[in-house]
Write a protein that binds this ligand. Structure first.
Ligand code: NAD
Ligand code: DAU
Length: 360
């Protein structure tokens, strides 16, 4: 039975990936989820798999070399899927240190522990082992007027502390292939949305605020463009890259779904209006009047857009969920998980939200 070590599996994409993998492979794989449970990690996301014999949760910090080496010593790991990271750009602008510690040094710990466990005396590696670093399109910087897309060959030009730290982890991973022929892949994905996304990020924040009649904060002129992908399509791509990708290669993941932030907000408001029944008291709260332009994000990247040609041509991946359907699935999920939202928006998140948005 193949064993996967998933870091950051209690976060948004990690938990969706674990669900995807169990839906696809059932009892024929084993998953070990290693997560420090920061503010973004939530075991509620995995309630429905926690009792499975082929699922194990280990609370550990990827910066803790001894703990990570012990996990590799205790388990014959075949695949590493490394999601764990500090993931929010705004938080990185306010507190960059933890981003370097987790996203750079934590990644180095993961690479070294896997290398130590998999390396044979002759410098080659045990058969069929793979390490995948989950990178981001933000490493490529920002597209400006006249630019086309981010390709795998686009030079790195990160702007925020978050994207600089992700680019460092990304380059370290590539260096382990170039230097040691350590079996890696890197995937650079565009903006994800879907169930379990923490409401500090645009789409769940707008859904949550709109349903409570709270202001909808739009940074700058609202015309920054992101390329949105439903999270299950990202999970599918990661799995396909680990199955079919050429070792040492980077694959871009994106679905050509570019939208301005203000368009996204309008689509969410319209979809909420369509989906809420006439007798639902929240229907009267959802309104375009809530849209509030606030101070821009510092160093705000203008446009991201992925060219996914390589992953389509080499591996046969394509996105299955169009935005219209994906946003309805996401809203429906939030309707059905009000308690999840209440739990994650109490306490620490409330304090972050007040501090973050009163300064804008
Ligand atoms: P998230 O913030 O929802 O989850 C991150 C997870 O990592 C949490 O469960 C957290 O507890 C865990 N974690 C953080 N620091 C840790 C540490 N030191 N040790 C162990 N666990 C730790 O993030 P996400 O949005 O699910 O993103 C997952 C990965 O995908 C990240 O690497 C991110 O850079 C990348 N990515 C995200 C997107 C997106 O749109 N969200 C797009 C492309 C790439
Ligand atoms: O592109 C991939 C990246 O997407 C990932 O690597 C990051 O982990 C992920 O957080 C995401 O980064 P963004 O900064 O693009 O996502 P966010 O949801 O924070 O913001 C999306 C856009 O919406 C961005 O242009 C900023 C804007 N925004 C965001 C918030 C939270 C607003 O206008 N208002 C807001 O309140």
């Amino acid at each position: 039975m193949r064993t996967y070590l998933v870091t950051g599996g209690a976060g948004f994409i990690g938990s969706n990936y674990i669900h995807y993998m169990f839906r696809k492979y059932g009892g024929s794989i084993r998953i070990i989820n290693v997560d420090a449970l920061t503010y973004a990690g939530n075991l509620e996301n995995l309630k429905d798999v926690e009792k499975q014999d082929n699922y194990t949760f280990i609370r550990a910090d990827i910066r803790d070399r001894e703990a990570i080496e012990q996990i590799f010593a205790d388990n014959d790991i075949d695949r590493v899927v490394h999601f764990a990271a500090e993931s929010h750009v705004d938080r990185s602008i306010r507190n960059p240190e933890i981003f370097v510690e987790t996203n750079v040094l934590g990644t180095l710990v993961m690479l070294n522990a896997a290398k130590k466990a998999w390396e044979l005396p002759d410098g080659t590696y045990k058969e069929d082992k793979r390490f995948l670093y989950v990178s981001t399109d933000e490493v490529y910087g920002s597209l400006e007027e006249g630019d086309t897309y981010f390709y795998e060959t686009t030079p790195f030009a990160p702007h925020s502390p978050y994207s600089a730290s992700k680019a460092s982890g990304d380059m370290l991973t590539k260096a382990y292939w170039d230097t040691y022929r350590f079996p890696i892949n890197i995937t650079s994905c565009s903006n994800n949305y879907g169930p379990y996304q923490f409401p500090e990020k645009l789409i769940p924040l707008i859904i949550n605020n709109a349903l409570q009649g709270k202001k909808l904060p739009v940074y700058g002129d609202g015309k920054n463009v992101r390329d949105w992908l439903y999270v299950d399509d990202h999970a599918k791509a990661i799995d396909m890259v680990q199955e079919k990708g050429r070792l040492g290669e980077r694959y871009n993941i994106g679905g050509h779904n570019e939208k301005q932030n203000i368009e996204i907000i309008n689509i969410i408001l319209e979809t909420l209006q369509e989906m809420l029944s006439e007798d639902d008291p929240r229907k009267a709260l959802v309104s375009k009047e809530l849209i509030t332009y606030v101070e821009d994000r510092k160093g705000h990247d203008r446009r991201y857009a992925i060219a996914p040609d390589k992953i389509k041509e080499e591996i046969g991946w394509y996105p299955e969920t169009m935005f219209k359907e994906g946003i309805r699935l996401t809203i429906q999920w939030f309707f059905e998980h009000e308690d999840w939202m209440k739990n994650v928006t109490s306490g620490g998140y409330q304090k972050y939200y007040e501090e973050m948005y009163q300064t804008k």
